[in-house]
Design a binder for this molecule. Structure first.
Ligand code: ARG
Ligand code: ZN
Ligand code: CA
Length: 244
């Protein structure tokens, strides 16, 4: 019943090393990955194990369209806590109206070589509102690389639209999504199915392949129905991101 919401995206490329001045093709590959994964038409969606097929998201009614990109060569190399990359006067690019646009900053490097980070829906419209992605992890680069399929941005946009990590960021915490199984802690790498964790004496098969886990790009390929509903809610008239 609800209409598809198309989120206009501004890509802000803040680079010092020219190799990180990502091409238009890279930007468009990232747009395509976001759209495929939200439509649940990503090439590897068929890998979802039978156990999790009943809770697989269908077509999440959110799409992304890159409406503009900006580029700036800067001297600094590492940002995060001080968010200088989001300030024009401090070697960055200020957000374009974050109430109207999803701003994605593509940067040389992040603290601890982090792959990316995001603001949450309650921070909507703030000057730093948006998603930050380390350039090497932006767009489709290399399907064999740990983060070469553009899924860092999928994960970060998940946060941007209200999703938490499925382990809830604390041992056996909660993501407040009832169709993702409780999981003890972050899962990395390329785990084999089934991969179990235990919480309160109960052993469960972890949904390692969820986009809100910490596995490598080739090992994450699904959102659940309730994660999709949560994101659709945030962009609906009643959500924090209704003005996009
Ligand atoms: N650093 C990211 C965050 O916590 C998670 C990385 C996503 N993982 C991936 N395979 N792209 O927000
Ligand atoms: Zn995360
Ligand atoms: Ca859950």
């Amino acid at each position: 019943n609800n209409e598809t919401v198309v989120i206009p995206v501004i890509v802000n490329v803040v680079y010092s090393n020219p190799v990180n001045n990502v091409s238009i093709d890279r930007i468009l590959s990232q747009e395509e990955v976001l759209n495929n994964t939200f439509a649940s038409t990503n090439f590897d969606i068929g890998k979802i194990p039978n156990l999790f097929k009943p809770v697989k998201a269908g077509n999440i009614k959110i799409r992304f369209t890159v409406v503009d990109f900006k580029r700036r060569k800067v001297p600094a190399q590492i940002w995060q806590a001080d968010k200088n990359l989001m300030k024009t006067e401090q070697y960055g690019i200020a957000a374009t109206n974050p109430n109207k646009y999803l701003n994605i900053w593509v940067v040389d490097n992040l603290d601890q070589s982090s792959t990316g980070y995001s603001s949450f829906p309650f921070e909507h419209g703030r000057w730093y509102d948006g998603v930050v992605i380390r350039a090497v992890n932006f767009g489709v680069t290399n399907k064999n690389a740990m983060y070469g399929l553009g899924r860092t941005a999928v994960h970060e946009v998940g946060h941007y639209l209200g999703l938490k990590h499925i382990w809830g960021d604390t041992a056996c915490g909660t993501d407040n999504i009832n169709d993702t199984p409780q999981q003890k802690n972050a899962i990395y790498g390329n785990p084999n199915f089934p991969f179990y964790t235990s919480c309160g004496g109960t052993r469960r098969v972890a949904m390692t392949m969820n986009f809100m886990n910490y596995v490598d790009d080739r090992s994450m390929y699904m959102f659940t129905r309730n994660q999709g509903n949560r994101m659709e809610y945030e962009v609906s008239a009643r959500g924090h991101r209704s003005s996009l």
